[in-house]
Write a protein that binds this ligand. Structure first.
Ligand code: PMP
Length: 355
């Protein structure tokens, strides 16, 4: 049995794979494949509407927000968030917590002044900065709720009057958040939402239309809101599989229920990292991510050997990102506790083998 700890694209529930594969051959008994139906067919419009509805339900999205399924990944959102929200001659504030935040900063600089209010760059982003002040005159404050590469997660969102813009790519729907605390949330689908190819955007409508610039149509949130995510051909299959996955999450009891499981999974893995003398965590304890668990070995020379053992026990995708080294176990919603148990068992087996 394989346990997929990949950082994204990543594990999705087996039943979602099965349902998706059935729809490739015969979608909803239409005698057609999901891959060949028109995005304007009533069948697909129903899929898209259900996907949007499930996002709204699972995240308790309040009135006054739009939910979109777009393309271009979170990387396009680095640009779209800025072009739509940063007024001509205005300023935006950013928290620099990793490579993805840096890329968001780079794109925003194309549209106005950027103030980096705090950074953990000097510590290779192994913690979330705290105690900073957000400038009152910023059009928005951009944060990354979970830093996929460094294994840090923001558990206290800043209290500020400035609209919060959040890259939630790697922890969306893993825990409850209050959407009304945010002006804009975006996430590439390929972790907790579904397969790669779709990007979820949740935007507060009254923030739009205030930049004073002409926004090209494909980059304009309002155009996609008016087109109900069908201004152009949407990623039909990705949205379909995301919809199946969101149904799965709802049936499990929704975000509150999965959050409990995620806490139990992360606690079990961190407990072993802290107990086992061969391993140590890389992120500051209070900021440890429940989605991406980063750790190294006390003796880096043993890392290859442990990786081999873990792989032979079915633990796939744990090699760390090159900028942190060591290991990264991504333990998204769909990874069952059995995956954690297998990895913990491999760590214990390794410890025994060294005696
Ligand atoms: N932000 C975060 C937090 C990510 O983890 C990633 C991808 N792993 C990105 C942005 C970039 O996403 P995409 O590849 O969908 O553009």
């Amino acid at each position: 049995m394989k346990h997929n700890f990949g950082a994204g694209p990543c594990i999705l529930p087996q039943e979602v794979f099965k349902q998706a594969s059935e729809a490739v051959l015969n979608f909803n008994n239409t005698g057609l494949s999901i891959l060949e139906i028109s995005h304007r067919s009533k069948e697909f419009i129903a899929v898209c509407e259900e996907a949007v509805q499930l996002v709204k339900e699972l995240m308790n999205v309040p009135e006054g927000y739009s939910v979109l399924f777009l393309q271009g990944g979170a990387s396009l959102q680095f640009l779209m968030s800025a072009i739509n929200l940063l007024p001509e001659g205005g300023k935006a504030a950013y928290l620099e917590t990793g490579v993805w935040a840096k890329k968001a900063i780079k794109e925003a600089k194309n549209f106005g002044e950027v103030e980096i209010v705090a950074s953990s760059k000097d510590a290779n982003f192994n913690f979330i900065p705290k105690g900073y002040t957000v400038p009152e005159d910023a059009a928005y404050f951009h944060i990354t709720s979970n830093n996929t590469i460094y294994g840090t997660e923001m558990f206290d969102f800043p209290k500020t009057n400035v609209p919060l813009v959040c890259d939630m790519s790697s922890d969306i729907m893993s825990r409850e958040v209050n959407v009304s605390d945010f002006g804009l949330i975006y996430a590439g689908a390929q972790k907790n939402i579904g397969p790669a190819g779709a990007t979820v955007v949740i935007v507060k409508n009254d923030l739009l239309g205030k930049t004073g610039r002409t926004i090209p149509s494909m980059l304009d949130y309002q155009v996609h809101i008016d087109g109900e995510s069908m201004f152009n051909t949407p990623p039909v299959f990705s949205i379909y599989v995301a919809m199946l996955n969101l149904r799965w999450l709802k049936a499990k009891g929704g975000v509150a229920a999965i959050e409990k499981e995620n806490i139990a999974k992360a606690d079990a893995l961190y407990a072993e990292i802290d107990r086992n003398p061969f391993f140590k965590g890389t992120a500051a304890k209070e900021d440890r991510s429940r989605m991406n668990v980063t750790f190294v070995m006390e003796n880096p020379e043993l890392e290859k050997e442990f990786l081999k053992l873990a792989e032979s026990r079915g633990c796939i995708g744990i090699k760390g990102h090159r900028s942190v080294g060591g290991f990264r176990a991504s333990i998204y919603n769909a990874l069952p506790i059995g995956g954690i148990n297998a990895l913990v068992a491999a760590m214990q087996e390794f410890e025994q083998s060294q005696k």
